[in-house]
Design a protein around this ligand. Structure first.
Ligand code: URA
Length: 201
């Protein structure tokens, strides 16, 4: 199956009650051959209205951060842990995350990104449970051959300048993390952390 075909199925999803309140499903956007996949929390108001991820204020900041490392949306893939907006932008419920789990897993399986960037704590929880974003942001970790790089969510950085500074720094290191993965310098040590060689962490 192609990614577009999968996303067509996602558009029809009725696996949880968010299908009753959504305007649009937001499957994801970008290149099916992306080396880097960004995963956010879930659609907000603007995304729900347009069916496209990260089109609001957080999305504009994400675009600027991408430009700071010479990337455009077409170079990457952006998806969310849940594909439909929770009413009032509340946090996703565990049953909603579970209902969406196979969709996101299938997208990852098809895209096969070298690096998955986890935007914020909800996205981190989905892949790296029991970590703390304030401690673990900017630290790449490998689980089952996949490298994850948790960073602050751009929406959080819009309201807290100290998080914005950390987010900019973590973002700037994305090319280096990718380079290390590509050079196959990534080793699985006992804590399953990506080798810190060259990362300065
Ligand atoms: N925040 C997210 O986590 N995802 C979006 O698509 C938009 C805002």
């Amino acid at each position: 199956m192609l990614l577009e075909e999968l996303n067509e199925q996602i558009l029809k999803c009725k696996k949880c009650s968010l299908c009753k309140t959504r305007i649009n499903v937001v499957p994801g956007e970008g290149s099916s051959r992306a080396e880097i996949m960004f995963i956010g929390e879930g659609p907000g108001k603007n995304e729900d209205e347009q069916g496209i991820p990260f089109v609001g204020a957080a999305g504009k900041l994400l675009d600027k951060l991408l430009a700071s490392i010479d990337l455009k949306r077409e170079d990457i893939y952006i998806a969310n842990v849940i594909k439909c907006r929770p009413p009032g932008n509340r946090d996703p419920l565990s049953e909603e995350v579970e209902a969406c789990r196979p969709w996101l897993d299938s997208q990852i399986e098809m895209i096969k990104p070298k690096l998955i960037i986890l935007l914020g704590r909800h996205s981190m929880d989905r892949f790296l449970p029991n970590q703390k974003i304030s401690f673990d942001h900017g630290k790449p970790k490998r689980r089952n051959k996949q490298v994850y790089y948790p960073i602050y969510h751009p929406a959080a950085a819009l309201y807290r300048n100290e998080l914005f500074e950390d987010l900019k720094k973590d973002f700037k290191r994305i090319p280096k993390v990718l380079e290390i993965i590509e050079k196959d310098k990534v080793v699985n040590n006992k804590e399953e952390k990506v080798k810190q060689d060259g990362l300065g962490i």
